[in-house]
Design a protein around this ligand. Sequence first.
Ligand code: PMP
Ligand code: GLN
Length: 384
Amino acid sequence: MHLISKLPHAGTTIFTVMSNLAHQYNAINLSQGFPDYPVSPLLIQCVNEAMAAGHNQYAPMPGLPQLRNVLSAKIEKLYDAVVNPDTEITITPGATYAIYTALTTILQPGDEVIVLEPAYDSYIPNIELNGAKAVCVPLQYPDYSVNWDLVKDSITGKTKAIIINSPHNPTGYVWTADDMQKLDEMTRDTHVFILSDEVYEHITLDGRQHESVLKYEQLRARSFVLYSFGKVLHATGWKMGYCVAPENLMKEFRKVHQFIGFTANTPMQVAFARFLEHEEEYLGLPAFFEKKRDLFLELISDLPFTIYKKSQGSYFQLAGYEKFSTLPDKNFATWLTKEIGVATIPVSAFNHDGQDDHLIRFCFAKKDSTLTDAAARMKKLLLK
Ligand code: PMP
Ligand code: GLN
């Protein structure tokens, strides 16, 4: 059978490639972003109890009301924004799904979407699946702040949306109030939608505040905001998330959602509604991850890596290896996995044209012992 590919240029996502390679070579996996420590026993108990109590059939299409109520209260407390739980929040099977659904809701063939690169690798394929075109704007090496002049120049009559992501994967850059101000100025009086990927909202380090678009009236009116329970609850394999958008946008989002997913896992929604009452579980994340980042940086401080900037947020740290090797980043990451036994992500995989700044990404959402073992293995670099 002949099939015309919808994604003729797509290979296998780098996360699968590197995790498979890690497995094959028995390497410590600091590549794909997932924790290797257990989720809270209380959360497991909440899920078990929800299943045992019979919450095992379809949840309402937009999600369980009690969970949407808890999320609405959380958003009001954190971002001082009143979000109607009935009409402005939809629970989804993961944030990636919510990104695809939001793009499918707004895009027509020929539309343009601005993507700031390096970028999470699902954005561009999800734009292209909708017959639209990604217009890529590079972030500024090596701190990966936003060049607002470039963003401004890339807005055309065809621009339908801009995708933003703070805290940022893979660079760990956290947007400032000034960035939000610039975005506000640039989008005001336009028809440009915003997709704000805020899956790392609770992982802002060194006292930084998360700048949610929900804090800004004008931005919020044009935004689909995407969140992931996987990141907040250390349970990436559960694939649960949600989207927040104004009622008129959410109405259309739900039209699409009802026919591609319809709803999301019921017992987990029951459990999340209970568990999120414990706000220390997410308010403690900055301190938790700051310790992990600092431990990891300390452990690798005498290794031949260049840390251009400490991660400001997310659970990723970039590192340059130019003192040690001139290999392209994909080759270096493969070599490091096979020969040293530590898997990472080559940052060029986040650029549509493979732009290679000779950087790799470490995930530090790992047990302290995993980070220590990985650093011990990398000591071999000093002998090469
Ligand atoms: N956005 C970014 C920036 C991410 O790093 C991830 C990683 N998982 C996601 C979205 C997707 O989240 P989920 O696993 O809930 O689909
Ligand atoms: N977002 C995760 C990362 O950046 C991985 C998500 C995935 O595997 N699709 O590592």
